[in-house]
Ligand binder design. Structure first.
Ligand SMILES: Cc1cc2nc3c(=O)[nH]c(=O)nc-3n(C[C@H](O)[C@H](O)[C@H](O)COP(=O)(O)OP(=O)(O)OC[C@H]3O[C@@H](n4cnc5c(N)ncnc54)[C@H](O)[C@@H]3O)c2cc1C
Length: 284
């Protein structure tokens, strides 16, 4: 199938984007890498009257490290993130996760802003952002606002973006000394969306768990922070009993929706498997 016909604009400034969004309302859609949007048009799941191509906007592309923060512009592609030595050094969780995002051809053009705005529950970055308590930077005609990742992802494909706003950047704290990150996922084939995945981060001294963050993807309508499992680990020794108790506690944290191929119980089992692997890696 082919996309329905639409008008196209490529503004060169943010105020022009906001003006177009205001004038066209629901009839306009932001176009970034197009890797999800164009597929949805071709499948006729969406029929906007206007696509606003933001790829020509200055200042939205690139990775900046300053004052212990990593700021990634919305137009930064998955491939830029994958190939960045700064991301490898300061955000190892994202560096591990990006290798699971689709295939190279898609990573070449798909953007981090598009991934956040789409808010697919099985996407890798949103879970990383929740695990690392990242901040999403939004802008509209009334100015800029910042929303914590845990508040940004509201429901299935639903975010805190309001009409007229776009994502301009995502900000993470750079990893601190003695902390470690592990990203794991299970997918049918390399490059497929995950069945279940886990973004894990903790202070690593090899003897006790502390400051553990466990955020799951593919296990709910949004990334799910496993609060009970995290609490069960806090200050405890890195022992088999403690890991088993955390895996058990996941039953209170996760109620994964079944999909066409995997039952809810199977997803919970897979989440426990990933948790065991991640905690083993974090406690080394
Ligand atoms: C075969 C296939 C496999 C894939 N596998 C994965 C995967 O495993 N993991 C994964 O995370 N993703 C996967 N993706 C999606 C891919 O990562 C997309 O690049 C990403 O989801 C959207 O980025 P984009 O720049 O292409 O956005 P677009 O497709 O241009 O836009 C997506 C949506 O976000 C909106 N939007 C885009 N940018 C902004 C912005 N800055 N502010 C506000 N709204 C905006 C658009 O209006 C649209 O609604 C896959 C895609 C395909 C086709």
């Amino acid at each position: 199938m082919k996309a329905p016909s639409f008008a196209y604009a490529k503004p060169g400034t943010l105020p022009q984007v906001f003006d177009l969004l205001e004038r066209h309302g629901d009839g306009a859609k932001i176009l970034a890498g197009g890797q999800s949007l164009l597929a949805s048009l071709n499948l006729r799941l969406s029929s906007p009257e206007l696509l606003i191509d933001i790829t020509g906007l200055p200042g939205l592309n690139g990775i900046r490290i300053a004052d212990g923060k990593v700021r990634i512009g919305a137009l930064t592609t998955h491939r830029q993130i994958e190939q960045s030595s700064e991301i490898a050094e300061h955000l190892p969780l994202l560096a591990q996760a990006v290798r699971h995002v689709a295939h190279v051809a898609i990573r070449n053009v798909g953007t981090i802003g598009g991934s956040f705005a789409l808010a697919d529950p099985a996407a890798e970055y949103p879970a990383c952002a929740v695990a690392l308590d990242a901040t999403v930077v939004l802008a509209g005609s009334k100015g800029e606002r910042r929303v914590k990742a845990r508040d940004f992802f509201r429901s299935l494909y639903e975010t805190a973006l309001v009409p007229g706003e776009i994502v301009t950047a995502v900000e993470f704290d750079a990893i601190r000394p003695n902390f470690r990150s592990v990203f794991l996922e299970l997918a049918r084939r390399q490059g497929d969306y995950a069945i279940v995945g886990l973004a894990a981060h903790a202070k690593a001294d090899g003897s006790r768990f502390s400051d553990v963050r466990l955020a799951f993807l593919g296990a709910g309508a949004t990334p799910v922070l496993a609060g009970n499992a995290m609490a069960s680990l806090e200050g405890k020794p890195c022992s088999a009993d403690v890991v088993a108790a955390a895996k058990e506690a996941l039953a209170e944290d996760l109620d994964p929706p079944k999909d066409l191929t995997t039952s809810s119980a199977a997803k919970l089992h897979l989440a426990r498997v990933l948790t065991g692997r991640a905690l083993a890696a974090l406690s080394q």
